[in-house]
Design a protein around this ligand. Structure first.
Ligand SMILES: [Zn+2]
Length: 495
């Protein structure tokens, strides 16, 4: 969950999720996807893509790095003349996801995750990935897929896992690999980048097995053992003339990635056990133990292990009158979601004014608590399916009651790991370099990010990506470098 500008916060007033809502985006300014979209023409693609792109930005967040984005765009645009002509224009975006991922929405919306950007090791790889996604969009692969509506309206399935998109078919994958390699090669990049990139993602994937793995590249783009081999073969058979890279050398390329966040982004808030803490907005909330915790850009919450209940916190907008906000909600979003309000009560949570309404809807019931805190109205939904509302009422109340400001110890928990590029000394091992530079990343992760082996011996003057821990401060305040500490291991954690 992230502190957004006030204008965007207003957009966050969205309808009831999951159990009560029936997929309605409510009065939040999110355009509602058409009921049964058929992607017949380029124009359908552009229209639906625009809707999905807005939902994507709201749900996952976009990384604001104009220099890096301009670089990505310049790579993408150099390939467009070689892609099938479409009436829509292409746009490029960096999505705030820690797992390596890339995807295309219809209408030429091309996304790469910050996790992917920390993983790529050459402009050739990046070009091939972008080429692959451009091909999905240009070939209109979405048009032949079913369940498109469900993909486009993530609210209809409650908490959709971040970045989880329906997978393309195997044939579409090989088409996109082939198309991506061809347009990358025509634009002057080495088509082998596709194969080396797939090996990188595969290595990263194997590292993160056993972690609560976030959906990544291979979830939206199903792989097969032959896929990587096929792209190696294809690369060897493609005729291409190298053109100068946009980043003149490897060091320039890596410099463009410097500063990217590795692992979880504390700007979205963090979990310590089942406690959620948000530094920018200065609050914390304790969810029930053992529930599945979810932290998305616009909502943070927990789902009961059997999926019978959910608790969700979001910011509805600026204000100091929880009752007024509750009434606004009843008149708009609740209505649209087909819900009805029952009992209502004024409360004080900590020392903050609050207002609670009990609600029932077609698929469940529960209560919603509005809390006024530091100029914003927070909203906590406790919803249960069937006749189970009473079973979860106590736990729901306890969660709402746990809302409070952060204490100093909690504020000190916030740190962020940023990508930094350092120069190796001749003969030093990766472990030596890690120790010398107080690299925050563990050795296997560092090796994968740099396309090296754990026991690699480095040459003099090699540029190596490491993770640098800095104390995290709310937006606008300067980050301080952490005092040197023994580097504890920190892989790419889920966000
Ligand atoms: Zn694909």
């Amino acid at each position: 969950m992230r502190l957004a500008r006030i204008a965007t916060l207003l957009l966050l007033i969205i309808g009831l999720i999951g159990l009560v809502g029936s997929g309605c985006s409510g009065g939040g300014g999110l355009p509602k996807p058409s009921r049964n979209p058929t992607l017949t023409t380029d124009f359908d693609d552009a229209k639906l893509g625009a809707e999905a792109a807005e939902a994507m930005a709201q749900q996952m967040g976009i990384v604001d790095d104009p220099a890096l984005l301009a670089y990505i765009e310049s790579i993408g645009r150099r390939m467009l003349p070689f892609a099938p002509k479409r009436s829509f224009d292409y746009t490029f975006h960096i999505v705030n996801q820690s797992a390596p991922n890339a995807f295309a929405l219809p209408g030429g919306y091309i996304y790469v995750s910050r996790g992917l950007l920390t993983l790529v090791n050459s402009e050739d790889e990046l070009a091939c990935v972008l080429g692959h996604e451009i091909t999905h969009a240009a070939e209109r692969h979405s048009a032949s897929r079913q369940e498109y509506n469900a993909r486009l309206n993530p609210l209809s399935v409650g908490f959709m896992r971040a970045g989880k998109l329906a997978a393309y078919g195997r044939n579409q994958e090989s088409d996109a690999d082939r198309g991506g390699q061809i347009i990358a090669a025509k634009a002057g990049w080495d088509p082998k980048g596709m194969a080396t990139f797939m090996q990188d993602v595969d290595a990263m994937d194997r590292l993160t097995v056993g972690w609560s793995r976030l959906p990544g590249f291979f979830d939206s783009h199903p792989t097969s053992p032959s896929r990587s081999a096929a792209s190696i073969n294809r690369a060897e058979n493609l005729k291409w003339t190298p053109r100068p890279n946009i980043a003149p050398n490897h060091h320039d390329f890596l410099n463009k990635l410097e500063g990217l966040t590795l692992g979880a982004d504390p700007q979205e808030g963090i979990f310590e056990g089942s406690r959620f803490l948000h530094r920018d907005m200065d609050f914390t909330l304790l969810f029930p133990d053992g529930w599945e915790l979810i932290n998305k850009h616009d909502v943070v919450g927990a789902i009961e292990p059997l999926g019978r209940a959910s608790i969700a916190l979001r910011i509805t907008g600026p204000g100091d009158d929880p009752k007024a906000m509750a009434h606004l909600f009843m008149e708009s979003d609740l209505n649209i979601a087909g819900g009805r309000a029952g009992d209502q009560q004024e409360l004080v949570i900590g020392s903050f004014p609050a207002y609670r309404i009990y609600v029932s809807g077609p698929e469940g019931r529960g209560f919603i608590t509005f809390i006024a805190y530091k100029g914003f109205i927070y909203r906590i939904d406790v919803l249960a399916s069937g006749g189970l509302a009473r079973l979860f009422e106590g736990r729901g109340r306890a969660v709402a009651r746990s809302f409070r400001a952060l204490n100093e110890e909690e504020k000190a928990l916030f740190k962020v790991t940023r990508l930094e590029v350092v120069e190796s000394r001749g003969g030093e091992s990766l472990a030596d370099l890690s120790a010398r530079t107080t690299n925050e990343l563990d050795l296997p992760t560092t090796a994968v990010l740099n396309d090296l082996f754990i026991n690699s011996v480095l040459r003099d003057g090699q540029w190596i990506k490491i993770g640098r821990a800095v104390r995290y401060s709310p937006s606008g305040e300067d980050e301080e470098r952490e005092e040197s500490q023994p580097a504890d291991s920190l892989g790419p954690t889920s966000s």
